[in-house]
Design a binder for this molecule. Sequence first.
Ligand code: PLP
Length: 423
Amino acid sequence: MARAYIVPEKAVDTSIKKIFDVEKIRKDFPILSTEVYGKPLVYLDNAATTQKPQCLLDTIEQYYKGINSNIHRGVHFLSEKATTNYEESRVKIRDFLNAKSTNEIIFVRGTTEAINLVASSYGNKNIKEGDEIILSMLEHHSNIVPWQLLCERTGAKIKVIPINNKGELIIEEYEKLITDRTRFVSVVHISNSLGTINPVKKIVRIAHERNIPVLLDGAQAAPHIKIDIQDIGCDFYAISGHKVFGPTGVGVLYGKENLLDSMPPYQGGGDMIETVTFEKTTYAELPHKFEAGTPNIAGAIAFGSVLNYVNKIGFDNILKHENDLMEYANEILDSIDDLRIIGTAKEKSSVISFLLGDIHPYDTGTILDRLGIAVRTGIHCTQPVMDRFGIPGTVRASFAFYNTKYDIDMLVRGIKKVIDMFS
Ligand code: PLP
């Protein structure tokens, strides 16, 4: 059974003076000073995964060297210490998201598992044949397939909010899609393929006026903007550690306590139970009810430590720096003949998806790779977006706060080389 843990008031130190020095920050990320094919790495694939600061690597090393033990079950020193660090990390995440309680913070493997958890647990209980679930055209496959599986199980239906030619959600159409059979809305906060920042507060407000719960896929939002769950007002929010400079294999589902309380467990096993007999099992309290089995303990602890690091850099600084990068990149890329940017939303985050004439994105990506430039090519797990624009995929450059104008200059030089090679 989960051991009681006293939750501190505030775990994240936001008092540190915030001076933004990108060159100094880059030194915190060992991989950024490596080379590929003998060329300095230019890493522009941050929407796929972000790079890791030394403090994260140190936390993982220290954990396995000096703390490694299983949590919640042991009376011995190491187990107590691992449990304390694990639960302290939950507090850091609560503060990072501005959730009300650590009971609302469930450790999962990532955004994908968080959405599957809600679609299975909340969905199986509350969604029936003929009910409707609203998604948007911008969704990552992770926020489509779990709902399709639920529809197959229950006979519910999916409705899709369309987008305009800029890649923005058409909110009037969203309102029209809502009927008295709408039972759930699940929408991405920031699109991973186009960078569109959705008006999530408005989306939540419209749904809540009809008592419809809302899940937001925050995988791409958490690394770029300050998330204030209470201000947004959503019912569920999903993030992945590895997109926020943390480890792979750990993420968080935020859920409002009353909803999580009312939901059945997602998986059964150790740690999520109170008592077990062959006749009847009773479940642990939140948040443990949803954390069956041994979790990624080192990953969860390291995720908390890296959020402290991100907070010290400060989201004001991150936003300003990334906006400068976006402005700089857009201006130069716009001036290249034959380059077409896909996704030109007014509210846009650090992603630029583009095509070069009729050159296949895969060819562009391969040539850029040989120049040491890491971008992503393809459909970015958003096939409906590509179908909407009638394209096979895009080349996607995505930025983080450690990127520089030099990185963009290298990208532009690479793009010109690709164009030259194909002309
Ligand atoms: N949602 C969005 C918007 C994403 O960008 C991603 C990953 O790229 C996911 C969900 C899935 O995240 P994960 O693979 O970490 O579960």
